[in-house]
Design a protein. Structure first.
Length: 177
C-alpha cells in the first residue's frame, strides 16, 4: 500500500469536489486546521488509528480537529475516509490537499526569521517583494529566532536569502581557517 499515491488520489477527489461545489477555500482552511492539529496534538493520530474507537467518535474528533463546524464537503470526506478504513492516512490526505490547492491557486509559502520582532510594515514589504518575484500569492509567516543574532533569513519556494549575523560570522571564520 503506497500511502503517497492513495492520499494524493483522495486529495485530488476532494479538491475536484470542493472546486465544483465552490467551497475549496473553506475546505482548504479546514484541511490546514486538521493538518496543524495532527502536528500540535500527537495523541490525535493514536486515537484515530485505534480500531476499538467507534466511527462516530472518530468522526466527531476529526471534525473538531478540522475546526469544529465543518462544511458538508469536509464532513462527507471524513465519513468516506472512515467508511473505507483509510483513517490512518488522514494527515497525509490533508497535507496532499494543501499542496494541490496551493498549486492550483499559485500560492507559495514564505517565512521570515529575524532576531527581534518586526513591524507589520516590514512584514508586508517583504511579502510584497516575494510576491513580485514569484508572480503568485504568498502565505507569509514570521518567526523570531534570537540565535541568528541580527539580520534575517527569508525563505520562499526553493529560495533562501540569509543575511543573518550568525551566517556572516560563520563565513568569516571559514575564510580565516
Amino acid at each position: 500500500m503506497d500511502i503517497g499515491v492513495i492520499s494524493m488520489r483522495y486529495a485530488r477527489a476532494l479538491l475536484k469536489g470542493s472546486t465544483d461545489a465552490k467551497v475549496e477555500e473553506q475546505v482548504y482552511q479546514e484541511m490546514q486546521t486538521l493538518a496543524e492539529s495532527y502536528v500540535q496534538v500527537p495523541e490525535l493520530r493514536k486515537t484515530i488509528d485505534n480500531p476499538m474507537i467507534e466511527k462516530s467518535k472518530k468522526t466527531a474528533l476529526l471534525e473538531a480537529a478540522a475546526g469544529g463546524k465543518v462544511c458538508d464537503m469536509t464532513r462527507n470526506f471524513i465519513k468516506l475516509i472512515l467508511d473505507e478504513g483509510r483513517e490512518k492516512m488522514t494527515q497525509f490526505m490533508a497535507n496532499s490537499y494543501l499542496t494541490l490547492y496551493r498549486q492550483q491557486k499559485n500560492i507559495i509559502r514564505g517565512k521570515l526569521a529575524t532576531a527581534v520582532p518586526v513591524s507589520s510594515d516590514v512584514e508586508t514589504k517583504m511579502q510584497k517583494m516575494v510576491e513580485s518575484r514569484t508572480n503568485g500569492t504568498v502565505e507569509f509567516s514570521t518567526e523570531v529566532n534570537p540565535e541568528i543574532l541580527g539580520g534575517f533569513i527569508l525563505e520562499y519556494d526553493t529560495d533562501r536569502l540569509d543575511t543573518s549575523v550568525k551566517s556572516q560570522l560563520k563565513n568569516i571564520l571559514k575564510e580565516l581557517s
